[in-house]
Design a protein around this ligand. Structure first.
Ligand SMILES: C[S@@+](CC[C@H](N)C(=O)[O-])C[C@H]1O[C@@H](n2cnc3c(N)ncnc32)[C@H](O)[C@@H]1O
Length: 322
């Protein structure tokens, strides 16, 4: 099975890094615990992916994560198989000529944060809530020694392993669970949490759990929705926010700063603030043209969501573990 091969190859690649190997081994159990009804079907699709040719060219440090080869994959069913893993939200990818135009242009987020983070050269990196793992590939492209993702959604996990197989890459891995359920060890140099904080009922616990994955002095890169206020405020939607379920707390920057201080972080700096644009998040054929940002904003007042809340404003904050 392709996932088993990838885990073995990752453990092989990192074998001298005893702490990392022990961290992965203590989390391997989550592969057996995946209970979602779609999982066998997704595994079946992964198993049908074609073997990759020997001479391939991969690009991990460009907007589009790309793999190409001069050899044509025989009876190439790739387009159909990859479509079956839809909806593809985070990307884009170009895999042997199949261009996956995802709902999010995730390279925009990367471009906003990349100039501000400590260079990833030779660092161990964790990306919590990694989705399809697009940013894991960008982290490797930026020189990380290895990149581990944590992600509970089975479709996205399958997308990651499909891409990993087609890239022929073994320096990244996804652990299929939530951060709070995972076994945590303070071994990572940089920990990313992007688009997750507002999904947690307890944002403070989330910040503490992120800290439990960082070595002392390590860097947290936090990207989240915020409300525009100079005071310590928080928006708690009554029900949905921009059509999203499970949005709990959207803090102002001054409040988020206090949450970070109380959770043991220092050197807290806001490096980017930006409203999400319909250029960055839009319907595509890879999500079956399901509704996207423009449908979630008030048509007459695009600075409001359809529920009447302020439109999505996102911040990137960098901090260090004490
Ligand atoms: C809004 S997406 C963000 C994806 C990516 N990090 C990005 O910024 O483009 C949030 C992701 O976090 C995952 N997620 C939600 N709760 C989580 C948790 N408690 N632990 C880890 N991942 C979680 C979701 O399944 C989803 O894929």
């Amino acid at each position: 099975m392709k996932i088993k091969q990838k885990i073995d190859a990752f453990l092989n690649y990192t074998e001298k890094d005893i702490n990392l190997v022990s961290y992965i081994k203590s989390n391997i159990v989550f592969f057996e615990k995946i209970k979602h009804g779609n999982w066998p079907e997704l595994i079946d699709i992964l198993n049908k992916l074609p073997e990759i040719p020997e001479n391939i060219e991969i690009e991990l440090n460009q907007s589009v994560i790309c793999v190409k080869s001069n050899l044509i994959l025989e009876n190439n069913p790739l387009n159909i198989l990859l479509k079956k893993l839809s909806p593809w939200r985070k990307g884009p990818f170009s895999l042997y000529g199949v261009f996956i135009d995802t709902e999010w242009q995730s390279d925009h987020k990367w471009a906003r944060l990349a100039p501000h983070i400590t260079p990833l050269i030779d660092r161990r990196v964790l990306d919590v809530g990694t989705g399809s793992g697009y940013h894991l590939w960008r982290m490797l492209g930026a020189g990380a020694r290895c990149a581990v993702g944590i992600e509970p959604t089975v479709n996205f996990i399958a997308q990651f392993y499909a891409v990993a197989h087609l890239l022929g890459e073994s320096r990244a891995l996804i652990i299929p669970t939530t951060l709070e359920q995972s076994e945590r060890k303070p071994i990572f140099d940089t920990v990313f949490s992007m688009g997750v904080l507002y999904h947690r009922r307890s944002p403070i616990l989330h910040l503490q759990e992120l800290s439990e994955c960082l070595r002392s002095g390590g860097e947290l890169v936090l990207e989240t929705l915020i409300v525009d206020s100079q005071d310590q405020n928080v928006l708690m939607p009554e029900d949905r926010y921009a059509a999203m379920r499970n949005v709990w707390f959207i803090p102002s920057i001054p409040l988020l700063r206090v949450w970070l201080i109380r959770s043991g972080y220092i050197n807290i700096r806001v490096v980017n603030l930006e409203y999400t644009s319909p250029d960055e998040q839009r319907a595509t054929e890879w999500t079956d043209f399901k509704p996207s940002l423009v449908d979630f904003l008030d048509a007459e007042h695009p600075n409001k969501t359809i529920e009447g809340y302020p439109a999505p404003l996102r911040a990137i904050i960098i901090a260090n573990k004490k």
